[in-house]
Each structure stands twice: as structure tokens, then as C-alpha cells.
Ligand binder design. Structure first.
Ligand code: NI
Length: 172
């Protein structure tokens, strides 16, 4: 397994809409393994393929509580088919936007359809943290980020800060 580099703001690839995965093969399974390794090392609870430079509709996550056994999941071509009425507010972070947290209200439960790592169609119900993480990661597949839930002013301040940091890194 290889730890991959996580792409951060303001890299424009984060704004791309990811294309569907066409084949579940050994290469894809290797990418899933590497993404899980990268996510656990970060550490994070979810990671979309676009965050490691692969704009395909694939994400990994593990919503197990601290102290619980790991529960790695890979969702290929995920599609939310139903959301519950109740909303859940959670302060979300993003591995592509270090040190920024945004309070976001989203549906607290959902059903998602996807292809698993064996290439089989699956559908699961999710609630709580799992529902939040799935929605956060599917947003990545649409090029949507947590800062998009902020006012334009706040979003611009954050983007400008990351742009400055990126410039600094280039000459360092
Ligand atoms: Ni994220």
C-alpha cells in the first residue's frame, strides 16, 4: 500500500466533476487500498478519489467511533436515492482544506446506492456521522467543498489564505 499525496485548496482539480468509474478491476482495488491507507494516516474519516488527483466517482470512508474496530468502506459510483426529513448539524473538516471547520446542516439519514469493490450493486441506509460523511464525499465528486456553505465573503478570505500559502510553498 502506498500513501498518496492529498491535494489541497486552491488546486482547481478539486472543482472538477468526477466521471463515473467504468471498470472495477485490480487497478481500482489498488487505488482503494492506497486511498484507505492515506485516509487513516491523515487521519480522516473519508476521502474522495479526486482528492488524490483521480477525478473518478469513488470514495472511501470509515465512520467507526474511536476505540471501535475499523470499518473501511469503498463506494463506487455512489448515488443518494433517498434522504430523511430530519436535519443534522455537524462541524465538518476536510483533508483538502486543513484547519478549516464549517458547521453544516444536512439530512440526518439517507439511502445510497453504489457498486462495491467486487463490482456488485449495493444499497445501504446511513444515519448520523456515516450519513454526514457520505454527503460530504459525494459533494467532492461534484466539485463542491465545505467552504461553499459559507458566505461568499468568508469563502473568499479562506481561498485567498490558501492561495498565498501555495505561492509561498512554491518559492520556499
Ligand atoms: Ni473533504
Amino acid at each position: 500500500m502506498v500513501k498518496l499525496a492529498i491535494i489541497t485548496l486552491p488546486d482547481p482539480i478539486l472543482r472538477e466533476v468526477s466521471a463515473p468509474v467504468e471498470r472495477v478491476d485490480a487497478d481500482l482495488r489498488r487505488l482503494v487500498e492506497d486511498m484507505l491507507e492515506t485516509m487513516y494516516a491523515a487521519p480522516g474519516v473519508g476521502l474522495a478519489a479526486v482528492q488524490v488527483g483521480v477525478p473518478r466517482r469513488l470514495l472511501v470512508l470509515d465512520a467507526a467511533e474511536e476505540g471501535e474496530e475499523r470499518r473501511p468502506v469503498a463506494l463506487i459510483n455512489p448515488e443518494i436515492v433517498m434522504v430523511g426529513e430530519e436535519q443534522r448539524v455537524y462541524e465538518e473538516g476536510c483533508l483538502s482544506i486543513p484547519d478549516v471547520r464549517v458547521e453544516i446542516e444536512r439530512p440526518g439519514s439517507l439511502r445510497v446506492r453504489y457498486i462495491d469493490i467486487e463490482g456488485r450493486p449495493q444499497e445501504i441506509a446511513a444515519e448520523g456521522l456515516l450519513a454526514t460523511v457520505i454527503q460530504h464525499e459525494i459533494d467532492h465528486l461534484e466539485g463542491r467543498l465545505i467552504i461553499d456553505f459559507l458566505s461568499r465573503l468568508k469563502r473568499d478570505i479562506i481561498v485567498r489564505k490558501f492561495r498565498k500559502q501555495a505561492k509561498g510553498a512554491a518559492v520556499a
